[in-house]
Design a protein around this ligand. Structure first.
Ligand SMILES: [Zn+2]
Ligand SMILES: [Zn+2]
Length: 236
């Protein structure tokens, strides 16, 4: 069957087409991809149909019935934690901030969700520097985010590094839900948090060692009404 392999890492190239048998193991498919891109996939994992595929699984065990085409996404493996997952902010620690008038163009945020990444475009003014990725209002699967059409450097509009962090919620209602692996545990725990932030923004930040291994993480943002301050006053 036809397989479409998607990479975000620019050094691995863009999409790739492969022909594979459903009975092939993921390990075997990894080898085929390695031959095509001429690089080792050590430190990467594959995701098929929103599930992480383990080396010993067969391709058919990862597919839905009657699948004709299969899309495999190649991810950088989470650092530490031992399992496959997505290392990201704990979403426990946030700091509320006021807008600053001297924010540079690489730090401009939009209403809703924004994240930090690093621009990889050598012709961008902010090459190799921290840039904001403006995601805005919507539902965002953070594990898959770097494959999204909206995942762009806010200055040059090119795909930045696929490692991103420190989500910012700006002037919106938000809902965060996910599953994460607590330190030293074997079972995932459910995470839920919601709130609203009016004409200010909050940044979720952690020290490196406080990051969490997520299995899934969805952030949903909603626009506030134009006269929201009035809504709040009326409620009180
Ligand atoms: Zn850029
Ligand atoms: Zn309102």
């Amino acid at each position: 069957m036809k397989i479409i392999v998607q990479f975000l890492e620019q050094k691995l190239g863009k999409n790739l087409m492969l022909e594979c048998e459903p009975s092939e193991t993921i390990q075997n498919i990894k080898k085929k991809i390695e031959l095509q891109v001429n690089l080792s996939l050590e430190g990467f994992c594959l995701k098929i149909n929103q599930q992480y595929a383990e080396d010993e699984q067969t391709l058919s065990s990862c597919l839905n019935e009657n699948s004709q085409v299969c899309v495999i996404r190649v991810f950088k493996k989470a650092i530490g934690g031992g399992g496959i997952g997505f290392e990201f902010n704990s979403m426990e620690n946030s700091i509320q901030k006021d807008y600053s008038l001297d924010a540079g163009e690489q730090n401009i945020i939009v209403d809703g969700l924004n994240v930090d990444s690093e621009c990889q475009n050598t012709s961008c003014k902010f090459y190799n520097q921290k840039v904001t990725v403006q995601l805005g209002i919507g539902t965002f699967n953070m594990v898959d985010l770097c494959f999204s059409e909206n995942y762009l450097c806010c200055v040059c509009k090119q795909k930045p590094q696929d490692l991103f962090q420190n989500p910012i919620m700006n002037n919106c209602k938000y809902e965060i839900s996910g599953r994460y692996l607590p330190d030293g545990k074997k079972n995932y725990e459910i995470f839920k948090k919601s709130g609203e932030i009016v004409k200010q923004y909050i940044v979720f930040e952690d020290a490196q060692n406080e990051k969490r291994l997520w299995h899934s993480l969805i952030v949903k943002t909603e626009r506030l009404c134009l006269t929201h301050q009035k809504c709040i006053e009326e409620k009180i």
